[in-house]
Design a protein around this ligand. Structure first.
Ligand code: TGC
Ligand code: FAD
Length: 388
């Protein structure tokens, strides 16, 4: 019997340090997330002290250099951390990937030395929570149409507009916000909690990612000083480059959710008896399980190769887009199908499938919808953009 989830011995392609990091994050998830996640999701509550705990294990900004509080790890390690966190819940991976890829990454890549020293260490430790404002009420898939404005007013600027569907906005200490200036350029602004005219109302009534807060970022004549504007970015390429990093993390993360569903279904199928036999002996159930491990294995190989390319700084946005689309679809399909193997038991919170499936409904939408990613590949292989 070969019930490993490393069917092609991909572990042999990882370093001892990668394996150690993966195991330590797995242990963290087993000890700190699994015992509380069902209740947090049911009650729509935050996981207690999640950001500080993620900071303590080095999961916030893993690839940011140590001089700024990061862990100085490579991209493969970042991916493995995301995989283990999402084995617990997509909300946990979301918390870590927004903070790392969408808040620390732009400050590290496009910020001044002063901004890096001021913000990165607190974000790495989890004592500060960041959020990332790109999506607007009228502009989701098409961020290039953004209406949020940064206008010059003497020695400072005014920020006006609103961002919507923002992970962690209600609890953030700062937000990296993308706005258009008077010349039509896209600028990155660090907006801090407490600035007059800045508010972060929560979006209620979600059926997905219930252990994570989502909300708006609203700006009414918020006064912005030059020191809070990222100096080294002035086009849509800036926010889209952050998405490359976050989408890469999601590609790995969702493998964790898929593995959690697969392992649960395999164990259940071996234990549950119907018609005098374990349901794992029925061909239709074996087909499902065989397809799950095949798809998980293909996703792992895609991520391993992508991690290698990322480490060499050779991964293209289109390769990352394909991995995000393929792996999220793989995971949501496995969550839905594996629930059926549990029959009625699959609908209760004692098992993780319904929670993962509901979470993955967000993951297949955010960071570019499944269809937008199809069109990114379509444009790449035909040379014709469907967006213009
Ligand atoms: P387009 O003309 O194609 O591109 C504008 C400029 O940007 C460049 N570019 C990229 N650069 C870096 N990385 C990428 N991935 C890039 N994609 C495009 C492009 O080369 C161009 O540069 P230049 O110098 O020629 O001007 O732009 P478009 O307006 O046609 O839109 C293209 C499209 C649809 C692919 C893009 O806008 C897109 O990806 N839309 C999806 C939006 C999205 O993903 N939003 C995510 C919001 S953040 C979020 O969801 C966080 S959830 C977090 C969590 O909780 O985990
Ligand atoms: P729309 O763009 O209105 O799309 C609606 C439908 O139309 C989709 O099916 C889409 O695929 C389709 N569609 C759109 N354009 C085309 C086209 N050209 N061709 C074919 N079909 C098309 N954003 C942030 O900035 N920061 C965050 O932290 C963040 N966190 C999020 C957390 C959650 C839980 C969720 C659900 C979303 C989050 N988002 C965040 C927003 C997310 O990125 C957007 O929801 C996503 O980009 C899609 O935008 P939209 O919801 O406005 O859908």
């Amino acid at each position: 019997m070969n019930n490993t989830t490393d069917y092609f011995n991909i572990d042999a392609l990882l370093t001892p340090e990668h394996l150690l990091i993966r195991q330590s994050v797995r242990d963290f998830v087993d000890a700190e997330i699994k015992p509380v996640i069902d209740q947090c999701a049911h009650e729509h509550k935050d996981i207690p002290n999640l950001m500080q705990k993620l900071g303590a294990i080095g999961a916030l900004g893993p690839y940011i250099p140590e001089e700024y509080g990061g862990a100085g790890l490579d991209q493969m390690a970042y991916g493995l951390i995301m995989q283990e966190l999402e084995r617990g819940d997509s909300a946990v991976r979301s918390a870590a990937s927004v903070q790392s890829s969408l808040v620390m990454y732009p400050i590290y890549t496009y910020g001044s030395e002063e901004q890096k020293c001021k913000f990165l260490p607190s974000l790495a430790s989890g004592s500060f929570v960041g959020s990332f404002g790109l999506t607007e009420p009228n502009h989701g898939s098409n961020p290039g149409g953004m209406e949020t404005r940064l206008t010059k007013n003497g020695d400072h600027y005014h920020l006006n507009g609103a961002k919507m569907w923002i992970t962690n906005s209600p609890i953030c200490d700062l937000a990296v916000v993308w706005a258009r200036d008077e010349e039509g350029k896209i600028r990155g602004v660090i907006v801090e909690r407490g600035m007059a005219g800045f508010s972060t109302p929560e979006t209620k009534n979600k059926w997905s990612l219930r252990a994570s807060q989502t909300g708006e970022l609203v700006f009414e004549n918020v006064v912005i000083r030059e020191e809070n504007i990222l100096p080294h970015v002035n086009s849509l390429r800036g926010p889209l480059s952050c998405l490359n990093s976050a989408r890469y993390g999601i590609s790995w993360g969702v493998i964790g959710a898929a593995i959690d569903c697969y392992e649960t279904a395999l164990t259940y199928a071996l234990e549950r008896t119907q018609f005098g036999k374990p349901i794992a002996s029925f061909q239709l159930q074996q087909k499902k399980l065989a397809e799950f491990i095949t798809e998980i294995t293909k996703a792992q190989l895609l991520c391993w190769r992508l991690g290698t390319l990322k480490n060499e700084d050779k991964a293209t946005p289109e390769q990352i887009s394909m991995a995000k689309r393929n792996n999220v679809k793989m995971a949501i399909d496995i969550a839905r199908e594996s629930r059926q193997i549990l029959g009625a038991m699959g609908i209760v919170g004692d098992y993780p499938m319904m929670r993962h499936a509901a979470n993955l409904e967000s993951v297949i939408t955010y960071e570019g919808t499944h269809d937008v990613h199809l069109l990114i590949t379509g444009a790449d292989i035909t040379g014709i953009s469907a967006f213009v």
